[in-house]
Design a protein around this ligand. Structure first.
Ligand code: NDP
Ligand code: X2W
Length: 345
């Protein structure tokens, strides 16, 4: 039977998130790529801005507005924070809008104002299908907020332990990210000479805006109060996040029990792999894929559970999740167009 193609548009097609959505969708014969829009680069050819997207080289970026984005089944927003709400409200309730930005992730307006400033636009179904109960919220959804990259990996690295009560949910997350997490626009501290051969911490002391998002996610899994100490590190690589997470272990819990809890929690998840015991996640193994790699153990001397997770910040951390959510929203097989296979060496 002939099925009509899903017509999609990407706002922010010149950026990293928008570019990755297009890379993932270009291989699909059930998707037609419609409008591609930008900001300062409107009028430019995509072949100049995203030369890896060869089939789209001659496409010209249009300005981002309700007119250029009209007439699509799905609109992906890869715009800076605070830009999504005004566009989304003009797009009509029948269009699936998938926001890669932060505007609709938080449910608590006070937390939004504290960490982002300005008025909170509201909250949309949260695009992390691996959270218990969340897949049902995404099936048929017309508005989806794609999680932040650090919250995706941090939440999934801790969720089984929090839900099973293996830890006191007073968690410490230290996560190293590649530079693409900061977006494509040049930032002084991201110029090559500052990043190469260097690792630095930033957003230290509970001030990074992903802290309340991680807390919000973990709080769904327990009746206990959740506290999150989150420290991001910038490392000299283009893609990938490695998150090291720990929390006080519930006395008597063994490493074997923790491992089995993780295996059980993710047994039916197509994109989460709990690696063989003793094998620790590394970013390269997930690059370009929608995979999350996890490992867990118990540090008996310190009395802490230690879990490590890896994702590609642009794939499962943004654009891969966006495509996974599109599939769920449209009732397509969830893994359509997504791979679990990363790179080596
Ligand atoms: N990079 C990552 O790992 C992740 C990113 N995200 C989110 O995705 C969104 C996009 O991030 P990312 O792709 O990294 O950022 P980039 O800086 O790479 O891209 C930003 C895009 O937004 C466009 N843009 C900027 N200002 C305007 C404007 N005023 N009007 C219309 N378009 C505009 C830019 O167009 P132009 O170039 O033409 O100016 C560009 O296409 C952000 O909200 C970010 O938080 C989420 C998770 C992870
Ligand atoms: C390395 C780096 O700078 N990373 C970004 C996070 C990117 C991301 O996922 O965040 P949002 O979608 O919430 O912007 C940062 O720390 O601000």
């Amino acid at each position: 039977m002939h099925m009509s193609k899903v017509r999609i548009a990407v706002a922010g097609a010149s950026g990293y998130a928008g570019g990755e959505v297009l890379r993932l969708l270009l291989g699909r014969d059930d998707v037609e790529i419609g409008a591609l829009t930008g900001g300062s680069n409107a009028g430019e050819k995509l072949g100049v801005l995203q030369p890896h997207l060869v089939p789209l080289a001659d496409r010209v970026l249009e300005p981002t507005n309700a007119e250029t984005l009209a007439g699509h089944d799905v609109v992906f927003l890869g715009l800076p924070h605070g830009q999504s709400a005004a566009i989304a409200e003009q797009l009509g309730d029948d269009v699936v809008v998938i926001d890669c930005g932060a505007d609709f992730r938080l449910t608590d307006s006070a937390e939004w104002e504290k960490f982002y400033g300005g008025t909170h636009a509201g909250s949309w179904p949260y695009g992390l299908p691996e959270l218990p109960g969340q897949r049902a919220q995404l099936a048929g959804a017309k508005r989806i907020a794609v999680p932040g990259c650090y919250p995706t990996v941090s939440t999934l690295t801790l969720a089984p332990a929090v839900q099973a009560g293996l830890i006191t949910p007073d968690v410490v997350v230290v996560a190293a990210s590649g530079t693409s997490g900061a977006g494509k626009s040049l930032k002084a501290n991201l110029l090559g000479s500052e990043v190469m051969g260097n690792v630095s911490a930033y957003g230290v002391g509970g001030v990074h805006r992903h802290t309340p998002e991680i807390t919000q996610n973990l709080a769904l899994l327990t009746d206990d109060d959740v506290t999150v100490s989150f420290t991001p590190l910038l490392v000299p690589m283009p893609r990938g996040i490695l998150a090291t997470c720990s929390a006080p272990i519930t006395p008597g819990t063994t490493a074997e029990q923790a491992y089995e809890a993780y295996k059980g929690f993710y047994a039916d998840e197509p994109f989460v792999t709990v690696l063989p015991q003793g094998v620790w996640p590394q970013t390269k193994s997930v690059l370009g894929s929608n995979s999350v790699h996890l490992q867990v153990t118990v540090d008996e001397t310190a009395g802490r559970l230690v879990a490590v997770g890896a994702v590609d910040n642009l794939a499962k951390g943004t654009a891969g999740a966006a495509v996974q959510c599109m599939n769920l929203a449209l009732g397509l097989p969830e893994g359509t167009g997504l791979t679990t296979i990363g790179l080596a060496p």
